[in-house]
Design a protein around this ligand. Structure first.
Ligand code: ATP
Length: 222
């Protein structure tokens, strides 16, 4: 089974240590959840693995093959869903899909995915947040990248699309490994195989919601 291994990850901004000696593995077939209070470094962690933020040190390996950080994007092995939308607002959904997938068969796979026919004629800027996030995930998930870094796939999304997105992620994990972060911890815990919390620059594996309290991500009455 394909394995993404990240070791010796360190990142500081000036004197502020954000992430210290982080090690993290992700196998194809796994969804890994990363929790942490605001500003603890979750987005930074995903960007470091994707290569858009430069690490102080990092070793990224896929099946023991070293992928230098500056070559992650061109290697097309690791995909990334940013927190903010990356699709042009003025174009209709049915015009955007062919931009990413020139091949008709690949386009059809997206056009025939659940719900897409209900919004394919709409301009991206007019989609609901759930439709937009789902479309972005369909596009990123249909690329060939073996591993996906997803920054807040559930944030602000209407319940019906949360379920559609959960279904999509569970389908995608059959052929990919996924690392995601989101404050909607109920939704995350429903679909993840392993979970971690970042606190004071370090990463800790957690078993359940009680551990989120233990590491002070949640209050005991939440
Ligand atoms: N370019 C930068 N220069 C300086 N500090 C930065 C920069 N980018 C991020 N930071 C700091 O690094 C820390 C981690 O930021 P990051 O966005 O990774 O947090 P996060 O855990 O994803 O937060 P949130 O839950 O709010 O999305 C924060 O304190 C942030 O202010």
């Amino acid at each position: 089974m394909d394995l993404l291994k990240v070791t010796n990850l360190n990142k500081s901004y000036g004197k502020k240590i954000i992430l210290k000696n982080i090690n993290l593995d992700c196998k194809v077939g796994e969804i890994i959840g990363i929790f942490g209070r605001n500003g603890t470094g979750k987005s930074t962690l995903l960007k470091l693995i994707f290569g858009t933020v430069k690490a102080d040190s990092i070793l990224i390996e896929i099946n023991s093959e070293i992928i230098p950080q500056r070559k992650v994007i061109s290697s097309k092995r690791i995909g990334y869903l940013p927190q903010d939308t990356f699709l042009p607002k003025e174009q209709r959904v049915r015009e955007i899909i062919p931009l990413f997938f020139p091949n008709g068969e690949e386009q059809d796979k997206i056009f025939y995915s659940p719900q897409v026919s209900s919004f394919e004629k709409i301009k991206v800027g007019k989609l609901s947040l759930g439709q937009l996030r789902y479309l972005e995930l369909l596009i990123i998930g249909s690329l060939s990248h073996q591993f996906l870094m997803l920054d807040e796939p559930f944030s602000m999304i209407e319940p019906i699309y949360k379920d559609v997105i959960k279904g999509l992620l569970l389908e995608l994990k059959k052929s990919k490994g996924i690392i995601l972060t989101d404050h909607y911890y109920y939704d995350v815990l429903e679909i993840t195989d392993k979970n971690f919390v970042i606190k004071d620059g370090k990463i800790f594996e957690i078993k359940d919601k009680n551990d989120l309290v233990k590491y002070e991500y949640l209050n005991s009455n939440e």
